[in-house]
Design a protein around this ligand. Sequence first.
Ligand SMILES: [Zn+2]
Length: 344
Amino acid sequence: MMEYPHKPDSPEDLLNTTFEPAIVFQARKMIEQGRVTLSFMKGSFETYFIVSGITAENNTNYESKISFKQGKLTTQCTCKLWNAEKPCHHAASLLIKFSDLQGKADQGAIAPIGAAFLSHDGVHVEKYGTLIKSAPQIPGAKMNSTFSSLQYTLVNRKTVHFPAPSKWKGKLKVDLIPASSLEEYKEVLYVEDKFTYRFSWIDGTEELKEISLFDLMYLFNWKNGEALDLPNELRELISKLKLVDIIGDIQDFIRIFLPLKTKGITDLSINGENWDSFPVEDMEYRFSINPSPRKSFLNLELELFTADQNLSPCPLRSYFLSANKGGQAAFELKMMRYYSLKHL
Ligand SMILES: [Zn+2]
């Protein structure tokens, strides 16, 4: 058999010969919506490359991998749509995203991907316990950095490469804290009643605050340079968090975090106090009908109060009305008690 010398394919050619136009269109949409995260990449279009990543779609994370060797692109994906002859848009999105990143690296005349390995400067975060949505967000990282291409300066000043991630262990802890207690939100309007969240990691009996969550992928330990693969439940949690503001109503955050606490995947605390330490309180309620300032209208008012006649504040009233769904009710009663104790 004749062997033809391999001519480098353009990324565009490779895309169009491997994937159908409709698939390419869908893949671009996934990228525009910020649903695609590259977890590993190596090589270039001129030689060979391997790229893997995750696409978040319909509350599921699909893991795909593409590799290019001797002019041939092979794909893999965990979704049901994928097959070797007709690969899916998840796989296509990896190719597009990788080619975009390579393009950026060339234009800027900065070193191609992989050169970050040559740098001896490690990166570090400004704050622990936060979600880092993408590698370039870390101070010191470049536009085209990925989590696996960076070097990290640990708490002890040692600089390390991104490690081979290990299997998830321990528990993620979420602390809901008043947004106004953080320096960076002091200037934000209407921050008084808002909350935000911080993560820490519980390993056995120890709580480690020096961690970051790297997108949907990893928990990074700034003390020993270990990275843990996030389990699926946490990946889904992070997909949700990426869609909501970092500061918001405490009820909204509780609604997001509590199901995972119930499943034993996370611990939950409010301002450092463990969720389980808040007492469950029976609430009484009464309706009253009052004249309305609007002619021929009456106001119907619902008041919630505890046995010691502490009135629950307004925002929770509407909550209570929607609370008659099993375990949901108990947590909302707790919240009311929490509010009663703190605010009245
Ligand atoms: Zn797929």
